[in-house]
Design a protein around this ligand. Structure first.
Ligand SMILES: C[S@@+](CC[C@H](N)C(=O)[O-])C[C@H]1O[C@@H](n2cnc3c(N)ncnc32)[C@H](O)[C@@H]1O
Length: 319
């Protein structure tokens, strides 16, 4: 039976080994991918970033150069590890399913810690937490290790040396029951201390596995506009992994302001006989994303941005 209710040992009694299992420098390239994605998806330049399940703060150690970051994790031990790497960031202990900080951020990020959501109910709660803490016009980014479609059983090994300690690990990812929403990652850690003594520890991680359509549906149901994005990394085959973004729709007042600037104020001068207007210039929306459907507040028309600098307004017959 797949039942692991506690946090893996790596995030508790073994947490001080985390930085030599998973070194901050190994995250530099992926952190840049996440940064670019967050910036390109947000409606306004993002300044504040909430990371849920920050772990040892490895991604944060790169992202904090670009954003003012607040870091949340369930494990007090992992917060200690992250705080020593990122003392300038705010650290808060909390569960990504239930934590409520009473403030909103330009962007919310949940990296691989999202895999500890092992049921649809847990995943939904975590995504709702992201929604509650995301400003209108902001974005949430979710980066699971696998989706149901991309999951493959695998073995990996790695580890690093510090001045006094060394560790090597074997990581074995497998799924005994493809019909449910979980899989296992079993770890064997070889831990060598300053005296040269080596001990071996075993640790089972119970992880969640959901299909792409489930991700998109749950993110949409939380209120976001959901998108799947291929993960780009020099060591990972393109298409073998994807991340998910949720854009929180801008507040109505923001939409109205934008509409009146880009649509309604120019209506009379560019209306054609066919009832369609094509305008060869980039609106704020086109710069941000490829396709958006929105209702104009003033003329009631449907606005469809087709990207690449072309905005087509479909006008109702009465105009
Ligand atoms: C692999 S580590 C994250 C490492 C991180 N991506 C980094 O850049 O260093 C996963 C983290 O998820 C945390 N976690 C697991 N369940 C959680 C929950 N319900 N709420 C918040 N954090 C959780 C664990 O405590 C652990 O620190």
């Amino acid at each position: 039976m797949k039942n692991v209710s506690r946090l893996p040992r790596l995030y508790g009694e073994l947490s001080s080994w985390w930085p030599i299992l998973s070194a901050p420098e190994d995250y530099a390239e992926e952190a840049q991918f996440y940064r670019r994605l967050i910036v390109s998806e947000c409606s306004n330049p993002p300044e504040t970033l909430l990371e849920l399940a920050c772990g040892g703060g490895n991604n944060a150690s790169h992202l904090k150069k670009y954003f003012r970051m607040t870091l949340v994790d369930l494990s007090p031990d992992m917060l200690v590890v992250s705080h020593s790497l990122n003392p300038e960031c705010e650290h808060i202990q909390g569960d990504m399913r239930t934590v409520r900080l009473g403030q909103q951020f330009d962007a919310v990020f949940i990296h691989d810690g999202i895999v500890y959501m092992t049921s649809e109910r847990d995943l939904r709660q975590a995504i709702e937490t992201a929604y509650v803490h995301c400003k209108p016009g902001g974005v949430a980014l979710f980066a699971p290790d696998h989706t149901r479609e991309t999951f493959r059983s695998s073995t990996k090994h790695g580890g690093h040396d510090s001045r006094d300690w060394s560790m090597r690990y074997l990581e074995w990812t497998w799924d005994p029951d493809p019909g449910d929403t979980t899989y296992f990652t079993d770890f064997a850690y070889l831990l060598r201390d300053a005296d040269g003594q080596v001990r071996c520890e075993y640790d089972r991680h119970l992880c969640g596995l959901f299909g792409q359509q489930d991700w998109l549906r749950i993110i949409s149901e939380a209120g976001f506009r959901a998108r799947a994005v291929p993960f780009e990394h020099s060591e990972i085959e393109l298409g073998s992994c994807e991340v998910f973004t949720g854009l929180k729709p801008p507040a109505k007042s923001q939409q109205e302001g934008w509409m009146s600037n880009t649509l309604c104020s120019t209506l009379s001068s560019i209306l054609t006989d066919t009832g369609e207007i094509e305008k060869q210039e980039c609106c704020a929306c086109c710069k941000r994303r490829e396709l958006i459907n929105a209702k104009s507040q003033r003329c009631g028309s449907d606005l469809v941005c087709r990207g690449a600098g072309t905005t087509r307004y479909k006008l109702p017959p009465t105009l």
